[in-house]
Design a protein around this ligand. Structure first.
Ligand code: SAH
Ligand code: SF4
Ligand code: F3S
Length: 437
């Protein structure tokens, strides 16, 4: 048996793609290995959201390229978002790569592998989705199954590379999604997370039109006890119907990930986000007033071109004013082809960006701790994810419906069980609790 190793960088969509690649490659006679040195085929699943992630991809294949000198039969596959952009050009930079696989050609992998096995070097980055077939998916052993429901983006925020790497918005057919979910539930998964760059745009491109609320109702109707989550939501695509649906459906969790990016109206405009702060605030407050204990998380960029100190402070203020439960943060990184990358004169110096990011992170920590403290003394349902040893103590960790991580002293592996827990204390990144019998 030949062996394949996949290195995944970037978002959950890439992780989900890797599970699909492992499944397809197993059909081609490759078994999965966690040891790259043992592999006959090495795949890197790349991310280009920031320069740093792109650099990581190139340095990793650089290492693999050296290995290939002594092992000419080794196959190297460069996949994902950087591959989509690099195309042919990659061969000049990394002549040892056998296959450049674009994001929309994922399901073509079995055919392309046959070709590289015959000694061909292949680029497949056409911006036309290769028809999806009913493939095996080798999911990471866990309680949560990632299920992409849509891919691509039509929003063209001025800083973002995703519309160029993932193409235009495409929704997967409901029957494919539901079949995939049924299989995952049969395999014992207890939580289904629906994935998409903008999940709340789901179905606009389908005939007949569908929407996320409709899809959630279909999934909620499936038998068994399990949870449903969905990420990421574009703020202004969250409809009243979607909020009603989250309230109405027992399996859908009280959790929204709604990136704000900046708390300043001028910066939001320059980012080409389609809302101002007041609009975001209204959406957030509406959700909070209607869904008790809802967790709302966000993403922010520090040091967008031209951002003034005052504008940055509006972001800090927004984070606290809306009591955001957690935020992903990043310093602005110019991306080739995007509009904002051309505003070189407005670039914020590195040291200022670093300082703003540090302050943003400090603010984030305060918001997280404050959010966690709300739950001390409360009883919450936890889905157990794993048993771990923390400095000699056995701890089970899991998540509440509203996506809070909880650590509970316990010495049996009850992964996959739903338990009731009393929250005893709050830390910045997690809660501590005790099992209630
Ligand atoms: N579709 C989601 C975001 C997907 S990209 C949305 O619209 O919000 C994930 C996150 O990466 C973004 O929310 C943004 O905060 C960050 N990001 C994207 N491009 C970036 C860049 N050029 N520099 C820094 N962070 C960036
Ligand atoms: Fe990127 Fe904006 Fe699309 Fe999100 S909505 S993926 S930030 S372009
Ligand atoms: Fe990165 Fe592509 Fe995801 S750029 S964040 S892997 S969609």
């Amino acid at each position: 048996m030949k062996k394949v190793y996949i290195e995944t960088l970037g978002c959950q969509m890439n992780k989900s793609d890797a599970e699909r690649m492992y499944g397809m490659l197993e059909h081609q006679g490759y078994t999965q290995t966690d040891e790259p040195r043992d592999a006959d085929m090495l795949v890197i699943n790349t991310c280009s959201i920031r320069q740093l992630s792109e650099d990581k991809a190139y340095s990793q294949i650089g290492v693999w390229g050296k290995w290939k000198k002594n092992r000419p039969d080794l196959k190297i596959v460069f996949a994902g978002c950087v591959a989509q952009q690099a195309g042919e050009k990659l061969f000049r930079r990394a002549p040892y790569v056998d296959l450049v696989l674009g994001t929309q050609r994922l399901y073509e992998l079995p055919e392309l592998v046959k070709r590289i096995e015959n000694g061909e070097r292949v680029v497949s980055i056409e911006e036309k989705p290769y028809e999806e077939s009913d493939i095996q998916i080798n999911r990471v052993k866990s309680v949560n199954a990632w299920v992409p429901i849509m891919e691509g983006c039509n929003n063209f925020c001025t800083y973002c590379i995703v519309p160029y790497t993932r193409g235009r918005e495409r929704s997967r057919k409901p029957e494919l999604i539901l079949n995939e979910i049924k299989k995952a539930l049969n395999e014992g998964f207890k939580e289904i997370t629906l994935l998409g760059q903008n999940v709340d745009s789901y179905g606009k491109d389908l005939e007949p039109h569908q929407n996320l609320s409709w899809l959630l109702r279909q999934i909620n109707a499936l038998e068994g006890k399990f949870r449903i989550r969905f990420v990421t939501s574009y703020p202004t695509d969250i409809t009243e119907e979607l909020i009603d649906t989250v309230i109405e459906l027992d399996k859908v969790c009280e959790y929204f990930h709604i990136p704000m990016q900046s708390g300043d109206d001028y910066v939001l405009k320059k980012m080409n986000r389609r809302y101002d702060y007041a609009t975001y605030k209204k959406i957030c407050e509406n959700i909070r007033s209607r869904i008790p204990d809802v967790t709302i998380t966000s993403d922010f960029i520090a040091g967008f071109p031209g951002e003034t100190e005052k504008q940055f402070q509006n972001t800090l203020r927004a984070m606290s004013e809306l009591e955001l439960d957690y935020s992903n943060t990043a310093a602005y990184s110019p991306r080739e082809k995007t509009v904002a990358a051309k505003w070189v004169d407005l670039y914020i110096p590195e040291d200022v960006k670093t300082d703003r990011l540090a302050r943003l992170n400090e603010h984030n920590r305060e918001c997280c701790l404050k959010s966690n403290q709300k739950y001390v003394g409360r009883e919450m349902e936890v889905l157990v994810e794993k048993l771990e040893n923390h400095d000699g103590q056995s701890i089970i960790t899991g998540r509440t419906r509203n996506n809070k991580i909880v650590h509970i002293p316990y010495d049996k592996d009850i992964t996959g069980e739903f338990i009731n827990v009393k929250i005893t204390s709050a830390r910045t990144w997690y809660l501590r609790g005790e099992m209630i019998n």
